[in-house]
Design a protein around this ligand. Structure first.
Ligand code: PMP
Length: 445
């Protein structure tokens, strides 16, 4: 007989965990209730995404550990949703920040060439430029793609996330139309004017969408990571490359999360050939940074555009982009922390984590998917973004998040995602396995 989730039992367990959370964290609760000067009570409105009524407040974080202001310590598998994939406050990055006298001076620093060369070794595309966020890296990559192709639209996959880039806050409607994603805040124009959208792993739909000849670039994660992890079907990515080339469309790999696949993300791990790679979050050890790299051919096309103002107010760039602090932190992170050896270790740990979850959910219609150092469970077995969205279950998410939180383990608020960093240990992974297994048993009886 197929498994039927007992919703009443889930409600009761969730209520129990919510109460435990509220009584355990009086200082966090008071900080939240007393916040009168912040929009939505938090420094950024998305911090209200908490399984409890209020978020736990940060005291300090080091390595794979976070401590909240009530004095509880957690094993952190959230790692700032990848921003802290190098671990919190890694020593080489702390040193680089301390030694970097002058954070932002409108002058290039010599570290930048080192960082560019290392990114080239890892991601194959040869020429790099920096931003402060992955969102801006994507935004500027899209502008460059439009400029050199002369085409107005971009294409993304259903239920992608690439940051708060206007063109990407969309969803796939009936008959293949582009709709604003539910909740899209003040879209500047109807996104159907800027964007085509198809399901991941649907090559026929991709071919049809590109055949209009108006798509400047496909912006994609080589595996979806923001609606659970959805892996590409065998042959999908080579076919995407072939189709984009055939239709004169540039291919942008957003490796911000899929960097977990290895030192050069999916691009190197799977031998992909994008025209542009974008990345952010983790490559400066938690100091804000983003980057985009282009092939020499794309670079030549960009630099040949005499009417594109890349130096002043043409729409690509920011005052603090490429600042000396971000770049110094990136050099330390890439050369000393997120090394090839570190990725091998983190991936082994993620495999152990995945095995533990797979055993705990045996017999349930759920799945767990690993992508290098990252792993995620989902309440279904989806093959594309739409199916994965349909498998979402907020109550189940909240139950597991709170169960784990109340017992010393942090997961990523927007996902059931766990990421390993160089200081995560096998004991940390085994603690999660034990707690997750008992949470599943309590739920399923
Ligand atoms: N690209 C991807 C794949 C992401 O997951 C995110 C954020 N989760 C971004 C870009 C944007 O990153 P940021 O919010 O740091 O700009």
């Amino acid at each position: 007989m197929p498994y039927m989730l007992d919703r009443n039992r889930l409600h009761d367990l969730l209520e129990r965990e919510r109460q435990t959370y509220e009584t355990r964290l009086p200082r966090s609760r008071a900080a939240y209730d007393g916040a009168g000067s912040l929009l939505g009570r938090v420094p950024m409105t998305w911090m209200n995404k908490s399984a409890g009524r209020f978020p736990a407040y940060l005291d300090e974080a080091r390595g794979a550990r976070v401590r909240d202001i009530d004095g509880f310590e957690y094993v952190d598998f959230c790692l700032g949703d990848t921003g802290a994939m190098a671990g919190h406050s890694p020593e080489p990055v702390m040193r680089a920040v301390r030694d970097r006298l002058g954070f932002t001076a409108m002058l290039p620093s010599e570290d930048a060439e080192r960082v560019g060369a290392e990114l080239t070794r890892r991601f194959k595309v040869g020429l790099w430029s920096f931003s402060l966020t992955a969102t801006d890296a994507n935004r500027w990559a899209i502008r460059l793609a439009r400029q050199i192709t002369g085409r107005p639209k971009i294409l993304v996959f259903n239920f992608c996330y690439h940051g708060s880039v206007d063109e990407t806050v969309v969803t796939l409607g009936p008959g293949g139309v582009t709709l604003p994603r539910p909740g899209n805040v003040g879209p500047p124009v109807d996104p159907a004017l800027t964007t085509r959208v198809v399901e991941f792993n649907d090559l026929d739909a991709l071919d049809r969408a590109l055949s209009h000849g108006d798509v400047a670039c496909v912006l994609m994660e080589p595996a979806l990571t923001n609606i659970g992890i959805v892996l590409p079907d065998p042959g999908f990515l080579p076919a995407v490359r072939e189709l984009t080339r055939r239709h004169g469309t540039l291919l942008i790999n957003d490796e911000t999360h899929t960097f977990s696949a290895g030192p050069g993300g999916c691009t190197r791990a799977w031998d992909l050939e994008p025209d542009i790679v974008t990345i952010g979050k983790s490559i400066a050890g938690g100091v804000p940074i983003g980057a985009y790299g282009v092939t020499r051919e794309v670079a030549d096309r960009i630099l040949a555009e005499k009417d594109a103002d890349l130096v002043d107010v043409g729409g690509v760039g920011g005052t603090l982009a490429g600042n000396a602090l971000s770049i110094a932190a990136a050099r330390a992170t890439l050369e000393e922390v997120l090394t090839d050896d570190a990725f091998a270790y983190m991936t082994t740990l993620a495999a152990r984590f995945t095995d533990g979850v797979a055993k705990a959910i045996e017999g349930l219609p759920w799945s767990v998917t690993q992508l290098g150092a990252r792993t995620e469970y989902r309440f279904g077995v989806p093959r594309n973004g739409g199916e994965s969205a349909a498998a979402g279950d907020d109550e189940l998410d909240d139950y597991f998040h709170l169960y784990l939180h109340n017992r010393g383990v942090l997961m990523t608020p927007f996902h059931n995602m766990a990421l390993m960093c160089p200081s995560t240990t096998t004991e940390d992974v085994d603690l999660h396995t034990a707690l997750f297994t008992s949470a599943v048993r309590e739920l399923t009886g």
